[in-house]
Design a protein around this ligand. Structure first.
Ligand code: SAM
Ligand code: SF4
Length: 331
């Protein structure tokens, strides 16, 4: 018999899991969290054993890529023990982490050793005051140092992630590309999504489309269309004469749902089938009612896939349609 696989009603095969290991974070980025964020009680967060059970079930169902995220994944205690177990799995082609970089200066070598092969590091500005305004933390130097340590640690690829906002950092995109080019890194520019209610800015005013960002980048660098895909929604361009690829994640201006190959599991064990919809399946309840029952877990995942929506409906008016913040779902 053929191994069971995760295929949704629209024929999309799920090979990519984003697994959130915590909803907590040492930053408070304005587009991602409110200043007075309330975090889930610790007992509601999946244990490392439960996170492993979830990852294991997905791997058994054909998932080839896992991205560990959060909140800030590197503030989760004993994360390395989970990474080491996953890093040893031959079935996985890719074990990656998305991080704000604050802990990389002391953790990057251990992550590499545990088997993590790719890093995404969020970086919205190279200017200290702007960085602090974005993250509500004065930690630019710490992150820049983390990037340098990570570069030396030998990851297959490191990519920067930048959320671009008009009037706040859109005039810096060329400098950020120059920073990436000088270090042999990739960089993706992200259109802000209306996830969670915020008071720091009006999203429809600050929305900067990928086309606008690309035009700016093209004013200083020659960009060649690239066929490279990272398994995610980024569209890439190669910076001529360099090793750097520039990606654009455009949930507003380009709907990529037709190629969606992913699902997410939140730190509280909710299976989220689409970032743009509220619906989620409570895996924690199942894990705690039937500990160790991997067959039941697998069956629940296969069943849940029937509910994966066809697409999201993020509109340019940036109305909040999903009350979950990105930090709750796992970016
Ligand atoms: N703390 C880690 C970090 O910042 O990289 C991982 C989690 S974070 C939620 C993952 C990514 O989501 C970051 O690159 C962040 O910039 C992005 N993000 C957060 N809120 C967003 C929003 N409303 N729209 C678009 N991207 C968002
Ligand atoms: Fe924390 Fe990442 Fe959200 Fe910023 S984007 S608040 S670093 S989880």
């Amino acid at each position: 018999m053929q191994d069971p696989q995760l295929i949704d009603p629209f024929g999309r095969r799920i090979t990519y899991l984003r697994l959130s290991v915590t909803d907590r974070c040492d930053f408070r980025c304005t587009y991602c969290m409110s200043e007075d964020m309330v975090f889930a009680p610790r007992a509601q967060i999946l244990t490392l054993e439960e996170l492993h059970a979830v990852a294991d079930a997905f791997i058994g169902l054909g998932v080839k890529r896992i991205r560990i995220t959060g909140g800030e994944p590197l503030v989760r205690k004993n994360l390395l023990s989970l990474l080491t177990r996953l890093g040893a799995r031959d079935e996985l082609e890719d074990l990656a982490i998305t991080t704000n970089g604050s802990q990389l200066a002391h953790m990057a070598p251990a992550l590499r050793e545990a088997g993590v092969n790719r890093l995404n590091i969020s970086l919205d500005s190279l200017q200290r005051e702007r960085f602090a305004a974005f993250t509500r933390r004065d930690s630019l130097d710490q992150v820049l140092q983390g990037i340098e340590v990570a570069r030396a640690a030998g990851f297959r690829r490191i990519k920067l992630n930048t959320v671009v906002q008009k009037g706040r950092n859109d005039d810096e995109v060329e400098d950020l590309v120059a920073f990436a080019v000088a270090r042999g890194l990739d960089i993706s520019f992200i259109e802000e999504m209306p996830l969670g209610s915020i008071s720091s800015h009006e999203r429809k005013v600050t929305l900067c489309t990928s086309d606008e960002v690309r035009e700016r980048v093209a004013s200083r660098f020659q960009l060649l269309p690239s066929s490279h895909r990272s398994g995610g929604p980024s569209r890439y361009w190669q910076v001529l004469g360099s090793d750097t690829r520039v990606g654009f994640i455009s949930p507003h201006s380009r709907n990529f749902c037709g190629e969606c190959n992913r699902v997410r599991v939140t730190a509280e064990g909710k299976l989220v089938l689409c970032l743009g919809h509220e619906g989620a399946l409570d895996l924690k309840a199942l894990l705690r009612r039937h500990p160790g029952d991997s067959e039941r877990l697998r069956a629940a995942l296969i069943d849940a896939l029937r509910l994966k929506p066809e697409r999201h409906y993020f509109e340019a008016d940036q109305q909040v349609q999903v009350v979950r913040f990105m930090s709750m779902t796992g970016g």
